[in-house]
Design a protein around this ligand. Structure first.
Ligand code: DC
Length: 216
């Protein structure tokens, strides 16, 4: 039996994997890592120093300096940083540095829920559970618009949708560690599923794996 328990969650931006990851980590008392924040931290460092996003050696330095204990969601969650993160995430050397840090996090007892794009395929290929969370681009764009409007902002649906489609293409189309479901991932399509239903479905999958593990 492995000492730690790992739940890997992958999927495109806005599919609900972050909320699901938080719910599962709370419920099973596991550590939680939103790996997108690590790529965002690299992009943020470059932007802060007014460096171009294709300055690979500066991105590598920024990746080495990422402190997993100091990932500040309030600062890193800006939409523009997400876009920039998707651009720096194409560089294999940057990925390698961040993946090492993510693996060390996953190995820390009692284990972790990690969410991102390549967790089940590259970061934790031996994860106890792999989930691939998707939703149609239209549904994700509607959710994003509702989120912006709920905090008093305004946005254009067509622009949000175009943004989402562009980000999907970049994340799924890159040569190194593209977003795709691991062969052994459970697929959860949240297009017509509330987050609570997705959480219950995921819990059933995890409980089943835990029961089998305890019997073994
Ligand atoms: O999940 P997010 O929106 O915070 O991620 C921002 C970008 O970071 C995403 O568009 C691609 C990249 N990313 C990645 O390449 N691999 C991961 N495991 C997580 C994020």
């Amino acid at each position: 039996m492995t000492a730690t328990f790992t739940i890997a969650i992958d999927g495109p931006a806005g599919a609900g994997k972050g909320t699901l990851a938080r719910r599962l980590a709370d419920h099973y008392r596991l550590n939680l890592l939103d790996t997108g924040l690590t790529y965002r931290a690299v992009a943020h460092a470059l932007i802060q120093h007014a460096l171009p996003l294709d300055n690979v050696s500066a991105a590598e330095t920024a990746a080495r300096q990422v402190d997993m204990a100091k990932l500040d969601r309030a600062v890193l969650s800006a939409h523009a940083i997400g876009e920039a993160a998707s651009k720096v995430a194409v560089y294999p050397t940057v990925r390698r540095i961040l993946v090492e840090k993510q693996r060390a996090f996953a190995r820390t007892p009692p284990g972790a829920v990690l969410d991102g794009r390549d967790i089940g395929t590259v970061v934790c290929p031996d994860a106890d559970i792999k989930l691939y969370v998707t939703a149609s681009a239209e549904v994700r764009a509607k959710r994003r618009l509702a989120e912006i409007e709920s905090i008093g902002g305004t946005a254009n649906f067509a622009e949000i949708l175009a943004d989402i489609v562009r980000r999907d293409e970049r994340d799924m189309g890159r040569a190194d560690s593209p977003l795709k479901p691991a062969a052994d991932a459970h697929l959860l399509d949240t297009s017509e599923m509330a987050i609570e239903a997705a959480f219950l479905a995921a819990m059933a999958i995890v409980d089943d794996a835990l029961a089998r593990r305890n019997k073994a």
